[in-house]
Write a protein that binds this ligand. Structure first.
Ligand SMILES: [Zn+2]
Length: 377
């Protein structure tokens, strides 16, 4: 049983300890009648903050957090430079490095940006990191995260609401979390995040080629894959996507040049783990065997064989956690490389065992010094 996820559930159902949660709960408690209006609802900042925090906690519980302050400080500096040039510089931006070999990045409402250790391992310079962070930052600032929730949740929410208020509340938090794991944005939102993202990094002084350069590496990695994975989910087809990025560099007159590869390799030393070697977890739980034994080593040990008919379970929702009691420990089988078993090595990758945020303090002076050293603006 995951304590944090459980706490979130308890807070949602009974607690309403904060004004934001109270407001959210008040809204949702009106049940079926309200669910029909859900799609038109305008979220307040407090509600977005409550939702973003809850969803980030689920993501962190799923993949674990790299307990390395230096890595978090570096990613936070790059992210903060960009966030300050975004359309919402005053959100409480939080940059989190997830402890998994999977290559992915996730945004949650109200300033949460998660990037995986595996994604950092695949990058070659700071402009590539900036490109991915900026793409996620635009998902937040342009509220794609909230839109995806509305779009994908309305129908189900109405059905759940009919079953009772508590079911609706569980459903909502769970749906937001699954949307994020599935990158459930519209293609229009993805294209917009790509274009606005590289405009953003260019504004900060980074070479706008950063995003495309990383996506090229990712395309190479995914060459043998038959299904879309991770960052590919619902993203525009890669060739067309790269063409659009190149066109935008010309059309939007993006001429910045910093890629800062030396600074990047000085801060990030992870080595990518081939997809075939990524340990996966059936049943959706974080790996209870936990830990990050493969961290920075480039090695990923094969794990013991699971029972023959381990079913693929999607989602690890609050409802299951709420009812499951001890069931998680039984279902969370680490099954080694997942390809042959229908698991997606990126999405179903094993995660680390520690979901705690790593506190990072970045002062205005730190940011100034960071920008100056990198000749950023
Ligand atoms: Zn995206």
């Amino acid at each position: 049983m995951n304590a944090i996820a459980h706490l979130v559930l308890v807070c949602l159902v009974f607690g309403f300890a904060s004004p934001a949660a109270a407001q959210l709960g008040g809204l949702l408690n009106q049940g079926a009648r309200r669910a029909k209006q859900f799609n038109d609802f305008r979220w307040s900042n407090e509600e977005k903050a409550a939702l973003g925090q809850q969803v980030s906690e689920l993501v962190r519980a799923r993949y674990g957090v790299v307990q390395d302050a230096a890595v978090h400080k570096y990613v936070t500096l790059v992210g903060t430079v960009l966030a300050q040039k975004s359309t919402k510089p005053n959100l409480p931006w939080t940059f989190i490095v997830l402890d998994t070999d999977a290559v992915n990045a996730f945004a949650a409402p109200h300033g949460y940006v998660h990037i995986t250790r595996g994604a950092l391992a695949l990058m070659r310079n700071e402009a590539e990191l900036a490109g991915v962070l900026a793409h996620e930052i635009v998902h937040v600032t342009d509220e794609h995260t909230v839109d995806a929730l509305k779009k994908n949740t309305l129908k189900g929410a109405a059905a759940e609401a009919a079953a009772g208020d508590n079911k609706l509340i569980e459903f909502l938090a769970d749906a937001a979390y699954k949307n994020i794991l599935d990158n459930a944005y519209s293609r229009g939102d993805e294209n917009s995040s790509d274009r606005q993202g590289i405009i953003l990094i260019n504004k900060a002084g980074y070479a706008p080629q950063g995003l495309g350069s990383f996506l090229n590496t990712l395309a190479e990695r995914n060459k043998g894959a038959t299904e879309k994975r991770g960052l590919f989910d619902s993203h525009p087809e890669m060739a067309a996507r790269l063409e659009r990025l190149t066109a935008s560099i010309t059309k939007d007159a993006l001429t910045s040049t910093q890629d800062l590869s030396a600074r990047f390799t000085g801060a990030i030393s992870y080595k990518p783990v081939p997809q075939a070697q990524i340990a996966t977890v059936a049943g959706g739980s974080k790996g209870l065997t936990g830990g990050s034994t493969s961290k920075a080593s480039g090695q990923s040990k094969a794990e013991p064989e699971p029972p023959a008919e381990q079913p693929r379970k999607r989602g690890f929702g609050l409802s299951r956690l709420a009812k499951g009691g001890g069931s998680e420990s039984k279902s969370a089988q680490v099954v080694g490389s997942g390809g042959a078993r229908g698991l997606d090595p990126e999405k179903d990758a094993k995660g680390g065992s520690n979901p705690a945020l790593v506190a990072v303090k970045v002062s205005p002076a730190d940011i100034q010094a960071f920008k100056k050293a990198g000749q950023l603006t």
